[in-house]
Unconditional design. Structure first.
Length: 150
């Protein structure tokens, strides 16, 4: 049932329950035969976006599983996990790609940090002038389960 709920969009799997023909032990631990197959209702469990899993892998790959927000921003840009915005130049008809740290941080926060915090996969702590991003235990477990092909 859990596999059907989690991978509903990935595979054509349907949940079902098999009613046994007979129970061969008093505690119903062992069964024999198939009396009926009953389709189960289909539910869905949301999985985090692939970008979030890739971001967790970046964090996990660092010493002590911690990374500064600045380094995460740079690596997220490098690996196309966040998109830079174009800034309009006054007096010019076209836009010129000018990336500011402020817009990069805004993109990092909106695209990766806030969703990962919402999943409770990361924490952010301010140490001196640095913001340190760390995986929570829940984030580490999720990465083990979801990050097999990263």
């Amino acid at each position: 049932m859990m596999a059907c709920m989690m991978f509903k969009d990935v595979a054509m799997i349907k949940p079902y329950y098999v009613v046994p023909e007979t129970y061969t032990s008093p505690l119903a631990e062992e069964t024999k035969g198939v009396k009926d197959v009953i389709p189960m209702p289909e539910y869905k469990i949301e999985l985090p976006d692939e970008k979030l899993v890739r971001c967790m892998a970046i964090i996990n790959g660092r010493t002590n599983g911690e990374i500064t927000k600045h380094d995460l921003k740079d690596l997220a840009k490098e690996r196309n996990l966040i998109h830079m915005t174009e800034k309009r130049i006054p007096g010019k008809k076209r836009t010129k790609k000018e990336y500011s740290d402020q817009s990069d941080y805004m993109s990092l926060n909106k695209t990766l940090i806030e969703p990962l915090r919402g999943w409770r996969f990361i924490t952010e702590a301010k140490i001196g002038t640095n913001h340190i991003i760390s995986l929570t235990d829940e984030g580490k477990h999720a990465l083990k389960f979801l990050g097999t092909d990263i």
